[in-house]
Design a protein around this ligand. Structure first.
Ligand SMILES: Cc1cc2nc3c(=O)[nH]c(=O)nc-3n(C[C@H](O)[C@H](O)[C@H](O)COP(=O)(O)OP(=O)(O)OC[C@H]3O[C@@H](n4cnc5c(N)ncnc54)[C@H](O)[C@@H]3O)c2cc1C
Ligand code: SF4
Length: 599
């Protein structure tokens, strides 16, 4: 199938790109040109069943980009509340200390509390009204290349291959089998959000990541709560630092008052972001969040309320310095896929939208000129450099990197950077990938008491705190069980051998959806023939076992990795944080995944 422009990912970046492109084409065609441009061959691919279903964010919207894209958008967009007041707190295990002033980057007056899910759904309607087709339930599965080149200057992206439909757990076609479409496009725009699978392919193949400035990520765990009225005002914004993380880890919590419930209570968005560059492999970001809720500060807000939704998603923290090359022959990267997120403000929606708009302008030039080479699309990067995206991100380019040695040093560095307009006293900081900081069990030793609140899985009391399965139930996640496992483990020997000893299988802890479990092998399995496969069982789980480990031994029973892939909420943490980098997230059959209604 031939296309002019294919936009992969219908989040804020992809939708803004589609909408701006439609605006430019309309203006062009209205100017009486001889050759009008059609919008018929411009497509947005979105892996969720419905637009917005896989979108999860805090979320506070800085309206700057929307004011440029759709002036007056406030009149019709789904905005929950205007920010009315902010406070910032530092929590110790038993104490709470309010910052005397709200640091300027965390002042949110003028911003809106939104549900990104609903906001993006609305953007999707605008895109369709503007005449651009959005294919939901279709994932970009592979990049189509014009040739074998791995050189960023010469390689050309020719489009994308969408996911196959109707493949069974053994990889065999079912009755409803439909092979993926080859969508060949003049311009392919990758707007897949954090750790996009196609963006990763492009970055990896063309060697676009600078090893001295590798991307780092955080994992945000979020719940929506209905709480009694009077505790958090509509439009109130609360940030906390500290407990349950210690001074060695990076992260913090938010509470946003989003509005009133039908029963007269208050709806709040509450969550905790844990930096995915922690050292203790037993760290469990879901546990971190549950422990936060047990702190008297959060308990006061939530106790007696009801958790109604759950979700988790990673976000790129590295900022400007970790941005890969964002254009080439026939392709561009936008939004979170391109590292456009301000980690100091925990905000990326406005940057994603602006990057979508600027990419649309370059794509439009390519359509008008008939030239979608890197030369033409380089105007996208030039426009980013001239825009307020650079201005905003350049001023915080060292922010996350400054926390490498812990919270206290990070706060001092942040102060220096504030004065130095983003610079350090020395050169800009380097950045290693977060998983490289994970320490081996023998080096880190038993978790001391102060880290008990963040390591190991949380059990949950079923009222204020929850185990991961209860939480996942509230994410609305659904996958067809009869399909290949979409978490591809490249070397199973490592899981049941080295990783057990070296890191204690951290996938059991960092996954917020209980997808990975190390289970004792069935006694009857132990004598089985050599096999190291991930097989999809009829119970909707994959089993990745190394049956050769420990054959006939009297030692502790060998363990195998069980992959409950149907729980996966597409947060991408396993792809990011696995210390051996042997887990690859690939899209499941399009339509599968969470249903982040109102998140
Ligand atoms: C916990 C948390 C809290 C946050 N809080 C805030 C906040 O308060 N304010 C703020 O401004 N920012 C916040 N952010 C950041 C913000 O959400 C992101 O920067 C923003 O959503 C990025 O937009 P995007 O379009 O690049 O990616 P996304 O919003 O992730 O959208 C990407 C879309 O692409 C789809 N997709 C991915 N891969 C494929 C594929 N291969 N094929 C088809 N479709 C695909 C996804 O399903 C998704 O719909 C937060 C992020 C998190 C995780
Ligand atoms: S399997 Fe990976 S992508 Fe899926 S929820 Fe777990 S950590 Fe996230």
């Amino acid at each position: 199938m031939e296309a002019d422009v294919v936009i992969v990912g219908g989040g804020p970046a992809g939708m803004a790109c589609a909408l701006r492109l439609a605006q430019l084409i309309d203006a062009h065609n209205a100017s009486g040109v001889d050759e009008p441009i059609t919008k018929e061959n411009i497509y947005v691919l979105e892996k969720a069943r419905e637009v917005g279903q896989h979108c999860l964010s805090g979320a506070l919207l800085d309206p700057r980009a929307m004011n440029e894209l759709l002036p007056g958008f406030e009149k019709e967009a789904p905005l929950d509340a205007e920010v009315t007041k902010e406070s910032v707190w530092f929590l110790t295990r038993k104490g709470e200390h309010r910052f005397p002033i709200v640091p300027p980057p965390l002042r949110d007056h003028g911003n809106y509390v939104i549900s990104l899910n609903r906001f993006v759904k609305w953007m999707g309607q605008k895109v369709e009204e503007a005449g651009i087709t959005v294919f939901t339930g279709f994932a970009g599965a592979e990049v189509l290349w014009s040739d074998e080149s791995r050189d960023a200057e010469t390689a050309r992206v020719a489009g994308v291959l969408t996911d196959d439909k109707g493949v069974d757990k053994d990889g065999q076609p079912k009755g409803n089998f439909e092979p993926g479409y080859e969508l060949r496009a003049k311009v392919t725009v990758l707007a897949e959000g954090t750790r996009g699978n196609l963006a990763k392919e492009v970055i990896g193949r063309l060697g676009l990541e600078d090893p001295e400035h590798a991307q780092t990520y955080g994992l945000g765990i979020k719940e929506l709560w209905e709480i009694p009225a009077g505790r958090v005002a509509k439009g109130e914004v609360i940030y906390t630092l500290g407990y349950p993380l210690t001074a060695r880890e990076y992260g913090g919590a938010w509470v946003y008052g989003t509005g009133e419930t039908e029963s007269g209570g208050t709806l709040v968005s509450v969550g905790y972001v844990t930096g995915l560059d922690y050292q203790d492999p037993r760290t469990d970001p879901h546990h971190v969040f549950q422990s936060f809720k047990e702190h008297r500060f959060a308990r006061r807000i939530l106790e007696g309320g009801k958790m109604i939704r759950y979700g988790a998603k990673s976000l790129p923290y590295g900022g400007w310095l970790t941005m890969p090359r964002i254009y080439g022959n026939g392709w561009m990267l936008l939004g979170d896929s391109a590292s456009f997120l301000n980690s100091q403000r925990l905000k990326g929606i406005h940057l994603a939208i602006k990057s979508g708009m600027l990419a649309a302008e370059a794509a439009f030039d390519a359509l008008v000129s008939g030239d979608s080479s890197a030369d033409t699309l380089s105007e996208y990067k030039a426009a980013v450099d001239r825009s307020w995206i650079r201005e905003e991100l350049w001023r915080v380019r060292n922010f996350h990197q400054g926390f490498e040695h812990g919270l206290l040093e990070g706060m001092v560095n942040a102060g220096i950077q504030q004065v130095m307009r983003g610079g350090n006293l020395g050169p800009d900081a380097e950045n290693q990938a977060g998983y490289t900081r994970m320490e081996r069990l023998d080096a880190i030793g038993p978790a001391e008491e102060k880290r008990a609140a963040m390591v190991g899985n949380a059990k949950g009391d079923g009222k204020l705190t929850f185990d991961r399965l209860t939480d996942v139930f509230h994410s609305g996640t659904r996958h067809d069980e009869d399909q290949p496992v979409h978490l591809v483990v490249e070397d199973l020997n490592i899981c049941s051998g080295r990783c057990v000893k070296e890191y204690g299988n951290p996938c059991q802890y960092f996954c917020p959806a209980a997808v990975y479990e190390m289970v004792e092998k069935d006694a009857s399995d132990t004598a089985g023939a050599a096999s190291d496969t991930v097989s999809q069982m009829s119970d909707g789980v994959g089993h990745a076992s190394d049956r050769r480990s420990n054959p006939g031994s009297n030692l502790a029973p060998a363990k195998e990795l069980r992959i409950n892939f149907t729980n996966c909420v597409h947060c991408k943490t396993c792809d990011i944080m696995d210390p051996y980098q042997i887990i690859r997230w690939v899209p499941p059959e399009g339509g599968g995944g969470p249903n982040y209604d109102g998140m």
